[in-house]
Design a protein around this ligand. Sequence first.
Ligand code: HXC
Length: 510
Amino acid sequence: MKDILNELERRRATARLGGGQARIDAQHSRGKLTARERVDLLMDQGSFEEFDMYVEHRSTDFGMEKTKIPGDGVVTGWGTINGRVVYVFAKDFTVFGGSLSEAHAKKITKIQDMALQNRAPIIGLFDAGGARIQEGVAALGGYGDVFLRNVMASGVIPQISVIMGPCAGGDVYSPAMTDFIFMVRDTSYMFVTGPDVVKTVTNETVTAEDLGGAKVHTTKTSIADRAYENDVEALLQMRRLMDFLPEHNRSGVPVLPTRDNPERLEMSLDTLIPDNPNKPYDIKELISKVVDEADFFEIQEAFAKNIVTGFARMDGKTVGIVANQPMVLAGVLDSDASRKAARFVRFCDCFEIPIITLVDVPGFLPGTAQEYGGLIKHGAKLLFAYAEATVPKLTLITRKAYGGAYDVMSSKHIRGDVNYAWPTAEIAVMGAKGAAEIIYRSELSDPEKIAGRIEEYKQRFANPFVAAERGYIDEVITPHATRRRLCRALNMLANKKAENPWKKHDNIPL
Ligand code: HXC
């Protein structure tokens, strides 16, 4: 028996060594952890159970039969994060650059199938060069199997991708179909083809960082939702994120005990809005003063900063927050902000996470750059996403809600459940100056007269009561009572049931 146990231990030790000590050392020297070290940090201590550690590839082309490594470049299994079951696969760059063979794909699809069948989130840690070149179509087929499962699981269980090394081909397309992508600064890259192929095909010289580094993907393309300094920070933040997410689309949001009283009043909010309507203020101050323990997990913080999206908790339960940010471009809605918020709203709706929308928006951004960039369609994405969402939707207008943006930002007309406004709210087709200058164009030459018209428009519309008189605003609330009112409204909506008409699926303007 002892011999048998020794043999088991020997086999396990060989598998754990992956591509060998030299490659592990090389991985460390680049500032990266190994696949197993990452999984250990991600999961609750001692909770990870590995599957398929002895699986080897079956390729015989290009002398591959001489280079078989147990595990074949991916560590798969399940464990818990803060006590809840999570499935995980981690690409092992020390084995054929983490590339995907037919056998490697089968390991991943096994875990994907288990996660979907057993309704628990799945996290992929990516550090890999795509389809294994030596295997040709067998590897491509393997990726097809992974992609299909990404799509089948979409909207049923949360799928998270963390990019922790150079990733190409299928190792970027599979993440692209998951809910969130996170990157590590300076050590992770995402591109369909790497700099060498780019040089060959287009003769363009570009570094990996400039082609697909964390900065590019968090600020330019918005493909990545956030970036972290190193592997450890990224993995610890994933543990934090998982605490906000439901296990699946029917489980309801997790409830975490909180010491933050839902009745808490926040007197400083009464002076958050500056007297001058053109002066900005930081909407994140409102968020942190209203949510449980000021704990806010921001999504896409570096992209389209004129809108803020992220997760928080109210009275222990997860909510999604969407908020115009007056500090950036006066909080205007442009194509990027609309796309960013639309995707976030849809994630929340998939997973039954109530949405709180904080509105201070001067409208849509005018101009050729926006129009040529498809503002109509991108803005429609956000309008569509809010309108189709059936989760509890709370809206608070703090200041401006002008024009089409008023309708878009979770207004009553597109099924906002509870729509509040602060007394400082201004709800109108546009600002008073612009409005008066259009409807009294003939009086433009007389500055005194036009000033009077502006004042008249202001008096009529620069308040929440015209909307409240029509029931478009349910109540005008005092800023200091915001947390209490929102917590109470969320409790009131806890059993909300709303359904859209039967359809195969809708046709959101992609
Ligand atoms: C087999 C691979 C590999 C691959 C890397 N390796 N990618 N082996 N198949 N796809 C091996 C290398 O040969 C090397 O082995 C080791 O992994 C480390 O790779 P390096 O190139 O030395 O590392 P680095 O310089 O950091 O570059 C990493 C990389 C680069 C950017 C990922 O390796 C690269 O560009 N690889 C090819 C990417 C690619 O085009 N893949 C196919 C995509 S098609 P040794 O033994 O020398 O250390 C695809 C189809 C899916 O995925 C469908 C999409 C829709």
